[in-house]
Design a protein. Sequence first.
Lengths: 131, 884
Amino acid sequence: MPHEWCYYMWKCHRRKKMTESKLDLLQGTLDLLVMQTLATMGSLHGYGIARRIEQVSGDEILLNQGTIYASLVRLQQRGWISAEWGTSDNNRRAKYYALSKAGQKQLAKETANWERLSAVISRVLSASVGS
Amino acid sequence: MSVFRRRKLDDDFNEELASHIDMATEENIRTGMSPQEARRQALIRFGGVEAAREMHRDARGLPLAENIALDARYAFRMFRKNPGFSLAIIVTLALCIGANTAIFSMLDALIFKPLPFPESDRIVSVYNQDRVDPDGKRGSSIPQFLDFKENVDTFEYLALWQIHESTLVLENDAFRYPGASATSEIFDVFGLNPVLGRFFSKENERTGNGREIVLTQRFWKSHFQEDPGVIGSTIQLNNTIYEVVGIAPEIFESFNAQPLFIASRRWTPPVNNRYCIDGVILGRLKRDAAIGVAAAQMTVLEQQALDNVSPDFQKYIERDKYTVGADTLQSIRVDPDLRLKLYLLQVAVLFVLLIGCVNVTNLFLSRSNARQGELAVRVALGSGRRAIARQLLVESFLLTGLGASLGIVFAICIIKTINVFTAQLLPKSLPFSIDGRLLAVTALIAILISLAIGLFQVFHVFGSNLLALTKNQSGRTSSGRSLRTMSGGLVVAQTAITLVLLIGGGLLVRSFANLLSVDPGFNPQHLITACIQLPYDYRRDNREQEFRRRLEDSLREIPGFRSISLAVTIPYNSEVPAATIGFTLQDYEQPGSRKPSQHLYYAVDSTYLETMQIPLIEGRWFNAGDTADSRPVCVVSRDFVRQYVSGGSAVGKRVAFHRSIPEEEWWEIVGVVGSVRDLSLEENQDHSSLPAIYLPVQQQKLWPLSMISVTIRSPRPAPEVIALVREKVKEIDPLLPLFRTGSMKNFISTSFSERRMIMVLLCSFAGIALILSAVGIYGVLAYDVSNRTHEIGIRGAIGATNKQIIAMVLRQGLWKAGIGLLIGVVGAFYLSRFMTSLLFEVKPIDPLTFVLVPVLLLVVAILASYIPARQAARVEPASSLRTE
C-alpha cells in the first residue's frame, strides 16, 4: 500500500508541477539564495549551486538554471563572491565560486532584512484576515 | 584591446556552460536515461542557452574604457552638430590656458625651477651690509676674499667672481665682449666638469704664472665653430695673452648667461684696500654647514678687521651695524623688483583664465538647459546617474583637452615673442621654453578646469528633477531660476575681475605716458654716442691725453659733425653709471642725518654742453683754460642749487668730495646748467632725480681717462656716423674696438623696454579679459532672449513698443554689469597699492584712471547688451506665438 500511495503522490506532484505556477524569483532574491547556498555548502560550481537550490526548495522554485550565471556575475562584480577554475570529482574542469568576507557580511544583512520584511508582511496579512 | 578581452570572457563562459550541461547530462544518465535523452533533458532544465549567454553579457556590462570610448564618440557627434558652441569654448580655453602657460614658463625658469647644479642649495653669494648705508648689499674685496678663504672653515670652496666687458682680439680684429674673471675654485663652487679640456689650474694661481681662460659653450659654438683645436691656443684679452684651457658646460649659463668667457683672476700686490669692491664672493658650503654659521664667522672676521682701519674711516662705519651675510644663489636669482612684476603678470593672467572659465561654464550651463529633455529621456530608458555624469565629464574633458592642446601651441608663440623682447631685458637668463614641467602643469590645470566644469554641470543637472522635465522638452518655461541667478552671478564676477585688470593696465599706461613726456634736459635728436676703453698700456705710458686729442681733431675733420664731445661718464650710455658720491658744500650744513647727501657725478669736457644742448643758466661752462694745472672748477645743475643753496647764487661757492682736503684745493662752482633726467637710473627712483655736479675730465680724479664716451651731434644717419668714427679710431689704433654704439634716442627708448613689456603684456591681458567679458554678457543675454521669445512675443502683442522691449533687455544686462563695476572698483582700490613700485609719478588711486576705465567698461557692456536687445525687438509677436 505505501508503494501505491507514493506513486499516487508522485503523480499528483508532477501534475502540480505542470498546472500550478511556481513562485517566480526576483533577481535580488536569487542572489540571496546563491549566497546562502555558498555559505552552507562552501565552494561550489554553478551547476552544483543550481541543483542545490532546486533540492532545498523542494522543487518549488521555477529556475532556469542558466539564470544562475547572470546572478553569479553580478555577485562577482560587487565583490561578494570569488571565482576560480578547478576540477570536479569526476575530473571535469569547472569554475568554483566561494563566498568572500564581504559577501558573508552582506548575506547576514540581507537575511536579517528579509526576515524582518516577511515578519511585517505576515503580521499585516494576519491582522487584516483576523479582524 | 577590449575586443579580445570580450572574446576571452565569452570563451570562458562557454566552457563553464559546457561543463554545466555535461554534469547535468551525467546526472541524468545515472537516473537511467539514455545519453541523448539525458542531454536533451539537461538542456531543457538549463533553459535557453543563448538567452543565458546574453544575460551573462548584460550582467558583465561593458568595461569602463569601452564606456568612455562610446561617450567620447557621442560627445564628438554633439560637437559637430554645434560647431559654434564647441569652437567658442575651445578658442576661449586655448587663449586663457596658453597665456597662463607662457607667463608661468617665465616664472618657472627664473624663480621656481631649482638651479641645475649639484646640490644647488649649498651655493651661496656673500655680501657686505652696513645697516646705516641705504645702498643695501655690497660686493666684496680681494683682501676680504683672501681673509675668508683662509679663516672661514664652513666653506668647501670659495671663489671671487666679477663681470666686466673686455677687449678681445680675434683674427686681428678687436671686439668688446662681456666676460667674467674668477679665481680658480669657481667651477668647483658650481660642481661642474668641463665639456672639453680642463678648468683653471690651482698651481698656476698659486705661482701667479700662466693666465688661463675658459670659454662658454655658447661662445665656442658661435665664434669657434666647436673646433676642439681651440684648446691650447691663445687669445689676447685687454692686451694680455691668455691660454684657452677648456670649455664650460651649457648649464653654467643658468647662473649667468651674459659672459662669453671666464678669465682667470690674478692680482699683483699691493691690492686695493679692504673697502673697495672687486667682485662677488661665491661659495659652496660644506655638507652639514649652516648658512647662518658661515655668515656669523665672516661677520666676526670683518669686525676684527675694522680694528685696523684709520680712525677717520672708523667714524663712517658703526662697527656693530657692519655685517657680512650670505644668500643662497636660488634666492637672489631674480631681484625683488622683477619678481614683483612677474607675480603681477601671473596674477593678471590667472584672472583672465578665471574669466574664461566663467564664460565656458555659462556656455555649458545654457546648453545643459536645452539638454534637460534629452537627459531626462535617457534616465527614463534606464541610464543610471553614473552613466550620465560620466557622459558630462567626458564631454567637458574632451573640450578642455582640445582647448589646452591648442593653448600649448599658442603658448609657444607667445614665448617666442617674449624671448625676442627680453633678450635685452634679462640677459642673465637662458631663453624661455616649454619643457616637461610646464606641460605637466598645463595638463594639471586642464584637468582641474574640466573637473570643475564637469562637476558643475553634473550638480546642476541632478539638482533639478529630471523626470518631471520630460514633459517640457522645448525648455521655454524651464529656464530655471537657479540657472538665471547663477549665470547672472558669473557675469557680475567677470565684470568685476575685468575692471580690476583694466584699471591695472590703465595705471601702467599712464605711468608710461608720464615717462615718455619727461623732459630729458638735453636734446636727444641727432645725437649719437659710442664708448671706447683704452687699454692699460695707454695709462702706463701716459698716452691717454694724446689719444683724446688726436681723436677729437680727426673727428672734427669730418663734415656734418656739428659738435663733438669726449667725456668720461654721460647719461644713458656710459661704461659705468654716473657715481653717487657724498660731498661737502661751503656754508651748507647737513641737516644732521647720517646719510651723506648724494649727487650724480659726471666727468665731461668743454664741448659737452653745446653737444648735448643743455641750457646754461648762470656763470660759465668749462673752457680750454681749465686744465689739470689750473684751479679746480665745477659746474652744478639747477636741482643742486634748488636743494642746497638757499639764498644767493651758487657761483663762487666751493665744494669738496673728501673731508680731509685742505680748503685751497676745494672745487669752485663756476656755473649753473639745466637739470638732466637720466631715466636709465630710474629703477633706483631716487637716483634719476638727484642733482648733478659736472667736473672737467682733466681735473677730476675719480675715473681714469681711459674711459671715453664719444658724443656727436650730426644730422647724418646714425650707422653712417658710427662707421666713420670707427674708421677714425682704427686709424689711430687698429686694435681698439668701438662698443655700445647707437643713437641717443635708441638708448633712451631701451631704458624703457622693461616697463614697456610689462605694460604691453598687462594691457593685452586686460584687453582679452574685456573681450571675453563682452562676449559673456552678450552670450548670457542672447540666450536669455532666445528662451523668452514666447514671452516677448506676448509683450509685443499686448502693445509693448520696440523701445520698451530694448530697454527691458538692456536693463537686465546693465544691472549685472553695474554691480560688477562696483565690486571691481572696490577691488581695484584695495589691490592697486601692490603696484606702487611699478608706477611712475602716478598715485595708486589715480582719479583719472578710476573714472575713465569704468566708463569704458560700461560703454562696452551697453554695446554687448544692445545686440541681443535689438534681436528681441525684432521678434514678431505672431510668429513667436505660433511656434509651439
